[in-house]
Write a protein that binds this ligand. Structure first.
Ligand SMILES: NC(=O)c1ccc[n+]([C@@H]2O[C@H](COP(=O)([O-])OP(=O)(O)OC[C@H]3O[C@@H](n4cnc5c(N)ncnc54)[C@H](OP(=O)(O)O)[C@@H]3O)[C@@H](O)[C@H]2O)c1
Length: 389
């Protein structure tokens, strides 16, 4: 599909331009109109996608959050925002996480990346990015580390937590791991829920309960925050399968899980649940700063690995109308969000790739749902810890 879209992109625009010239020369008004329409769609694609994003996908703007004016890494370095800070980027060996890690290194932070492979290369890239920085605040050279961990099981999450050393505590934690290798695999939904919700909850739970977070630390969750797409049926029916899945994961109500044929409902429910988790976390840990982001569509593989309609949309956006961001762009966007002045006034914020603060989906903000979610996640993790001891 991606290859096909690539060919479409490289062939259609020149062909449409040539067709337009040819039809004008031959006085063919119909062909000229068709070619003009094709050229218009390709040229105006990003504008149309932007309008559709605002109309269909994005929730309303959060009046408490001021739009961020993007700053360069040099400006952020001058301001000392990240200088000498200790940051953990879980999922920092590739994609958006790697973009964030390298930008943080450039801005003077001490960064630890987590993934299953390739972390040593990222450490080298961070060292190169920080080459101009001689010493951090405490007079030491910047510190970059790689923790090899498989976060696809609770045991894997526990292994990482046991490996992390303090002091000092972490000033920020970025959770951005994903793995869409087999979107049509038998346990695809369970794996997605585990990775995007349960494992991230377990990691946050472990970091906070072990005293690994600074008292005003930032917890950044990169997934798909603040989207208004809500599965039909809202709370009663839409989250039913999501609930069944959690229970499925705990081996209860296994039979009640019926996959929704519309993959978008599933993805939307996952994003809603991720924001619901942050809403509960912010209420329980008022000293910490919780940040949920919708990173935009990146050139990295993550988004393109989902199945169904999302997959087609992402390929179209990536290949046909070139409306994508590089991992470096995504990285800088996240640094700008993390450095936002608005964060000093609020312990919870959701952001999009346009650096606009947005309100959560109304289902995520539903206290019954987010309360149920938090209790369920706590039960899953506590049971596992008890079994492990
Ligand atoms: N890319 C997009 O266009 C897009 C759009 C919307 C939302 N998002 C969201 O943004 C986040 C990051 O996406 P991305 O495109 O950057 O993904 P990516 O390029 O696939 O990177 C994923 C990262 O997660 C790590 N990872 C995957 N499975 C892991 C496991 N079992 N244990 C430990 N680490 C693991 C990978 O490292 P290893 O392979 O070394 O383990 C890698 O560092 C995801 O939550 C995604 O849903 C992305």
């Amino acid at each position: 599909m991606q290859k096909l879209c690539g060919h479409v992109q490289s062939l259609v625009l020149p062909a449409a331009l040539a067709g337009y010239v040819h039809s004008i020369m031959n006085d063919n008004a119909v062909a000229a109109a068709v070619c003009t329409t094709i050229i218009g769609i390709l040229a105006l694609g990003p504008v149309l996608v932007h309008i559709l994003y605002i109309m269909i996908v994005a929730t309303a703007e959060d009046p408490k959050i001021s739009k961020v004016s993007p700053k360069t890494v040099e400006t952020l370095l001058c301001k000392g925002t990240f200088f000498g800070k200790r940051v953990l980027v879980v999922g920092g060996t590739e994609g958006i996480g790697r973009g964030i890690a390298i930008r943080l290194a450039e801005a003077g932070a001490n960064v630890e990346v987590v993934g299953r492979s390739g972390g040593h290369n990222v450490v080298e890239q961070m060292k190169e990015a920080a080459a101009g920085i001689e010493a951090t605040a405490d007079g030491k050279a910047p510190d970059f580390r790689y923790h090899c961990a498989d976060m696809s099981t609770l045991d894997g999450c526990l292994c990482l937590l046991q490996e992390l050393e303090t002091p000092p505590t972490f000033d920020s934690v970025v959770m951005t791991w994903s793995d869409y290798a087999e979107p049509s695999g038998e346990n695809y939904h369970e794996e997605m829920i585990f990775r995007d919700i349960i494992a991230r909850f377990a990691t946050f739970h472990g970091l906070s309960s072990r005293g690994l977070l600074a008292k005003d630390a930032q917890v950044v969750n990169v997934l798909g925050s603040a989207q208004k797409i809500t599965p039909p049926g809202e709370k009663d029916s839409a989250v039913k399968y999501m609930k069944a899945l959690y229970n499925h994961y705990t081996k209860e109500e296994h039979a009640s899980y019926k996959p929704d044929p519309n993959e978008m409902n599933f993805v939307a429910s996952t994003c809603i649940s991720a924001d619901a988790f942050l809403i509960q976390a912010a209420a329980r840990f008022p000293n910490l700063k919780f940040i949920g982001t919708m990173p935009g569509i990146g050139t990295m593989p993550g988004f393109g690995r989902v199945s169904g309609a999302w997959n087609t949309i992402s390929h179209l956006m990536k290949s046909v109308i070139s409306m994508t961001m590089t991992e470096e762009d995504c990285g800088l966007n996240h640094l700008n969000i993390m450095a936002s002045q608005s964060l000093s006034d609020t312990s919870l914020s959701f952001w999009d790739h346009l650096l606009i603060g947005r309100l959560p989906n109304k289902l995520a903000a539903d206290k019954d749902y987010s309360g149920w979610l938090w209790e369920t996640l706590e039960t899953i993790v506590t049971k596992h810890l008890e079994a492990a001891n």
